[in-house]
Design a protein around this ligand. Sequence first.
Ligand code: PEP
Ligand code: MG
Length: 615
Amino acid sequence: MSNEHGLHARPAARLVAVVNAFDATVSLTDLDTGRGPVDAGSLSMVATLNAQQGHRLQVGAAGPQAAEVLAAISDLAAENFGDTPAEPTATAGGSGLDVAIGPAIVVDAEVDLSGYRPGDDEPGRLDKAVSTAAGELEQLRDRSDDHGGIFDAQLAMLRDRKPRGEIEAAIAGGTPAAAAWKQTYDRLARTFEGLDDAYQRERAQDVRSVRDRVLRILTGDVTAEATDGILVVPELDAATAATVDAARIAGIAVRAAGTTGHGVIVARSRGIPLITGIGGVDVPAGAVVAFDARTGSFELAPDEATVRATITERQAEREQAAAQADQPATTLDGRTIDVLVNVGAVRDAADARGADGSGLVRTEVLFGDRRTAPTVAEQVERFRAVADALRGKPITIRTWDIGGDKPLPFLPQDHEANPFLGERGLRVFRRRPQLLRDQLEAIRQIAAETPVHVMFPMVTTADEVEWALDELGSRPDGLEVGIMVEVPAAALRVETLAVGLDFVSIGTNDLTQYTTAADRTNSAVAALADGLDPAVLRLIDRVVRKAGVRVAVCGDLASDPQSAVLLAALGVQELSAVGPQIPLVKALLRQTDLTKVPDVLNARDAAEVRQLVRR
Ligand code: PEP
Ligand code: MG
């Protein structure tokens, strides 16, 4: 099993579809966990078997077409279950505006079943509702360019025979169809929520989406389709995000916090204004609401003229920033901050407007589509393509950063109880350095052609730096060497670690999760993992004062213009952001006198930091 996140909902859905196309009974056992055998024709059974990347799966088949189904499964496995590697996505702002106004279209957390009256033919009624839901999902799939797999997975969840059997039994025992459907799908969602893998846990959203689609059909609830305005949802599932009509829906306000769910990613990629984490605020249906994701505000009965003015202003700001993207980001007090682009695909470099180079090439993402390790020559070629796309400006290549939430198909890792605190980044290669050695060879070769910086992720100790420099060996002229500061221990002794280096680059995503002890992939603690927490800013301030070498920031904080200004005011010299945000980051820097940015290090919390900066 080489798929990222293992046999999760989508590859599982493909497997189930293949199994059900044959006249055979197929079972699946995870040999590494001993779980199973489970019915391979049931999505809920397969997905919740929770087979992880690197696990060995045993398939058994019986029945008239046993041999055929085994051959088909073997073909599917050879194609990696049709799984494509996760595409890097913009995490800050997307391409749309971050402000919206309109009447609230409130989708309740629970579909109201109180008015549901059971009829004479409950099984028939459910059948009809399920086939209507299937028709809707098929339409969504066929209209979707990029997210068809999500709807296929939801279709498989909808048609899954295991829960369906339970529901039919409950109906036969006198439970109304709606209640039976709800009970069973609630339980299935809870099973997904209980899985180890954060990505798998988030698939509970898909189960709830399927549950509610059928319940809405059964109860005739059409809330979500009725009007134009701002969609207020408890959580954002991918189907909603991919299909809301952007001409009607001015924006989406999500009660749950968290930015890693599929729905959030899809909405951002569509440029739909989006705010997350508005919480339990009481929003009457139809009330005019407005939000500004930039300031984090969500308002009931806002002053409409003010919001409209903000929208016009933001549009003008984007256009103007884009027109000046190529000019340097020189602040009013005369400091020039380099603003670079984060690259996970050559396209990110090619599309970036105004980038002064790349401050982070995520190599594990750049080669994330590979099932086997790229050769030195292949790596050189792709690095060259990134450098060419940036017209020979410096590129900062980060060595393989795997572990945590980022597995690499060609480097299987042992199961760890706490992967974010385990063998991640540089740590992975202490025991088996060959992959790193090949990469460093590629980096030395490309550095002979074009300006290159190399940096090592997840550094904690001086020993690790010494070891990495030994592995790098002699450097060609011009190859600058640095480390990432993303572990609090590294920030607290950066002066020891940076001896002999050219730069350090602060990875605020990880520095934030480790400082606040809040898993960056867990939406339940997303509010804690705030990069503007003064505790994180104090560490950044310390790094700037003590490092003795150039200090860059390449975490997502640098993609938010106001945070970027704050970082520059703390003394950070270089910022690396997601491409679409670069013009805005540069524009705000140009309008700022950094000597006048308030001191925020003693603020009570991130909210107060935001208040101070806004002022
Ligand atoms: C970071 O941690 O801030 C960073 C830039 O690295 P990644 O997000 O790839 O872990
Ligand atoms: Mg990191």
